[in-house]
Design a protein around this ligand. Structure first.
Ligand SMILES: Cc1cc2nc3c(=O)[nH]c(=O)nc-3n(C[C@H](O)[C@H](O)[C@H](O)COP(=O)(O)OP(=O)(O)OC[C@H]3O[C@@H](n4cnc5c(N)ncnc54)[C@H](O)[C@@H]3O)c2cc1C
Length: 384
């Protein structure tokens, strides 16, 4: 499955932009757990973060395959799209299910870079992967909803203006498990310190993730996206895009690790010859390349189905699984190829190694993908 030639200039433009943000830039931020403001601003200004916003709302109106190319190139250049990737997939929920007024109000401003929709509040500490058991509530009260509860791992909440929030508007109903959840577009600027508290969580990599507390936080009635009680379906409808885009990032990471390993294996001489002349060094690199290419084909298939409006749940999940496994294996291989230098900060490998580790856990863990494929692609009984 070869890629359309139309994407080549996009790839080139992303690479050119990323060249302004070399390893040293990311190393400094990593040390201080800083947010890459300049990088996000540059991507926004170039229109890349508005790739999936239609032109009628001021976006670039590009295809999923173009968005895949953008995210992949960011990672393959050694940069980290995790600082802003959510904007690509969260706004899909607004686009598909938001009212005309919400779309007019938010999408052009997001496309212009005046507003950021980077925060996605789904996961909670007590329910974890079992989203249908989430406990945060939204209760109507006059001209607004009152939100109470807590989210965890709400990444980029400190650097986003808006949050797409999933909350319970009716008690859990065993007969209709997916009913009773609703999606809200929360303007965090108006409620910070007034019912909304954000606490950063320091993690093994620089990810700007947080826990978020809601205490009688007001959200205007027009902050509701779509129909009350239908929110789970809306969130699910954005999941395929999320899986495909994260998979693309993993492909980019794998490419970065493989290119680094190849360069080092050709140049590093031990016992009077390049280490890459030893098959014991060559084979893990070749294996990583093979696994990355196979995963890349699945990412392309999923993206092609997605943009044709076809069902792609299994392909999106399989792409995310294969790509996350490929990037993690490539990361390990890259450290091994570099020997001791793989651990040195200035080589950037240990940083990328920590960063790419996330993706077999989030936004969905390996077991849950296997369980999805077992049930939906193979017709095996549901296990939970
Ligand atoms: C850095 C980071 C950033 C994140 N960003 C966001 C964000 O922006 N927004 C957001 O909403 N969430 C975010 N998440 C949350 C992420 O989506 C979850 O961590 C992930 O889905 C796993 O959920 P959990 O951590 O609750 O694990 P749990 O649900 O507690 O699961 C723990 C382990 O048990 C396994 N497991 C659980 N149930 C089963 C089962 N039935 N069968 C087999 N295995 C099972 C899981 O696969 C997992 O390996 C982020 C997480 C991290 C670490």
């Amino acid at each position: 499955m070869t890629e359309s030639a139309e994407l080549a200039p996009i790839r080139e433009a992303v690479r050119a932009l990323c060249a302004n943000f070399p390893g040293e830039y990311w190393r400094c931020l990593d040390r201080d757990r800083g947010y890459p403001e300049e990088f996000v601003a540059a991507l926004t200004k170039a229109g890349f973060l508005a790739a999936l916003i239609p032109e009628e709302y001021g976006g670039s109106g590009l295809s999923m395959s173009a968005a895949v190319a953008i995210m992949e190139e960011i990672q393959a250049s050694g940069c980290n799209g995790a600082a802003c990737h959510a904007q690509m997939y969260t706004m899909g929920t607004v686009l598909r299910h938001g009212s005309a007024a919400q779309k007019q109000r938010y999408l052009p401003a997001i496309a212009r870079g005046e507003l950021r929709l980077q925060a996605f509040g789904v996961t909670e500490p007590t329910s974890g992967t079992d989203t249908l058991s989430l406990r945060t509530t939204a209760t109507p009260d006059g001209d607004h909803y009152v939100i109470n509860g807590q989210k965890i791992w709400t990444s980029r909440a400190e650097y986003s203006d808006l949050m797409l929030l999933l909350a319970r508007t009716a008690p859990k109903d065993e007969k209709s498990r997916t009913a009773g959840l609703s999606v809200f577009l929360v303007d965090m600027r108006t409620v910070k310190g007034k019912g909304l508290t954000i606490r950063p969580i320091r993690t093994m990599m620089n990810h700007a993730t947080t826990e978020v507390f809601f205490e009688n936080m007001p959200v205007p009635l027009d902050g509701l996206v779509g129909v009350e009680g239908e929110g789970f379906r809306y969130i699910l409808s954005g999941m395929n895009a999320e899986r495909i885009l994260i998979a693309a990032e993993c492909i980019g990471d794998a490419k970065w690790f493989i290119a680094k390993a190849v360069a080092y294996a050709r140049e590093r001489e031990v016992f009077g010859r390049p280490i890459g002349q030893n098959q014991g060094v060559q084979f893990p690199i070749a294996r990583s390349h093979i696994n990355m290419r196979a995963a890349e084909l699945m990412v392309r298939e999923a993206a092609t189905l997605y943009e044709a409006g076809k069902e792609c749940g299994a392909e999106a999940n399989m792409a995310k699984h294969l790509a996350a496994e490929a990037s993690w294996a490539a990361a390990d291989m890259c450290v091994q190829t570099h020997g001791g230098f793989g651990f040195a900060e200035e080589f950037d490998i240990e940083r990328k190694f920590r960063e790419t580790r996330l993706y077999t856990v989030a936004p969905i863990s390996t077991n849950l993908i296997l369980s999805y494929v077992a049930e939906h692609a193979l017709g095996l009984p549901r296990s939970y």
